[in-house]
Write a protein of this length. Structure first.
Length: 79
C-alpha cells in the first residue's frame, strides 16, 4: 500500500519591527511620482521630488528630551 505524504507550508513569519518601519524603494518611487503629478507633470525636478519623498516617508526619530538648565544668580560677595 502506498504511503501518503502530507506536506505543510511553514507558518507565516511576522515582519521584524525595524523592517516594518523601513521605507521601501517602491514607496519612495510612488510618492515621488505623486509629487511629480502634483506639479502637473512639469519636467526637470526628478531629484528634488525623490529627496522630498524620502524626507516625507522617513521614519520619524524621537528627539531627545531637552532639559532646561536653571540659571542661578551669581552670589554677591561680601565686601
Amino acid at each position: 500500500m502506498a504511503k501518503t505524504i502530507q506536506i505543510t507550508s511553514p507558518a507565516p513569519r511576522k515582519p521584524r519591527a525595524s523592517a516594518a518601519r523601513k521605507t521601501t524603494y517602491e514607496q519612495i518611487q510612488l510618492r515621488a511620482y505623486e509629487i511629480f503629478l502634483g506639479r502637473c507633470g512639469a519636467p526637470g525636478n526628478e531629484l528634488q521630488d525623490w529627496l522630498q519623498a524620502e524626507r516625507e516617508l522617513a521614519p520619524r526619530r524621537k528627539s531627545p528630551v531637552k532639559t532646561s538648565k536653571t540659571v542661578r544668580p551669581a552670589k554677591e560677595r561680601a565686601a
